[in-house]
Write a protein that binds this ligand. Sequence first.
Ligand code: SF4
Ligand code: SF4
Ligand code: SF4
Length: 245
Amino acid sequence: MSKPRVAIFDFAGCEGDELQIVNLEESLLGLLGHVEVVTFREAMKERTDDYDIAIVEGSCTRPEDEEKLKHIRECASIVIAIGSCAAIGGINSLKNHLDPAWYRAEVYGDKADWFDTYKARPISAVIPIEAAVPGCPIDRDEFLHVVKTLLLGRTPDIPNYPICVECKKNENVCAFDRGEVCVGPVTRAGCNSCCVNEGTKCWGCRGLIDDPEKNAHMEVLEAHGLTPDEVIKNFQTYFGWEGDQ
Ligand code: SF4
Ligand code: SF4
Ligand code: SF4
């Protein structure tokens, strides 16, 4: 039986998630025993439209991205978004709350008219997908879990509870008690609260949990004398697209 053919694509992003795939090292060899990678710009020259599984990094930020994504959807029976840019719009969606004329001039200077960009969006805003691997960058083991589970025809198990659960298990001092604003109460767990473990806070790179407990988070803010208006920028680091919905 032939192996499923895998193609890896990148849109607006830093390629950090693709680097995570390259860095799978021994696990990558194990994965390659079950799939054949046929397109991967970061690692090989070959390209083809003949593939079964598409793995997509990066946000959709241009009209031409939509056309490419629709073509990918036509070719692949399984599409997986990897990284917060592809899964939730991610850090690219910071611009969604800025004046387009301002950021275009900042980035492209007097060539701003040459580039047709619009709001950054996750790929699921353009095409249906089978799964998303959250994170900025992705966790390699979680990526392997998602790919292997889909290959077996099952649904990947991605946590749907907040970072605070992991953070409390790790007995961290809460960032709010250190005078910082943390978006862990509404962010999807699965990273073992790694940023808080290192003495900082959660920025939300794994995206919102399904049905976040907004009232409970409001209570946390109120208990620390904060209003939504004062903390909204903390939510816009990664939730720029999700916040629009
Ligand atoms: S999710 Fe993070 S690591 Fe991945 S492409 Fe976007 S910015 Fe880079
Ligand atoms: S708010 Fe942030 S620092 Fe506090 S418990 Fe939750 S994840 Fe940890
Ligand atoms: S703690 Fe928050 S920002 Fe850090 S990796 Fe986890 S989800 Fe991302």
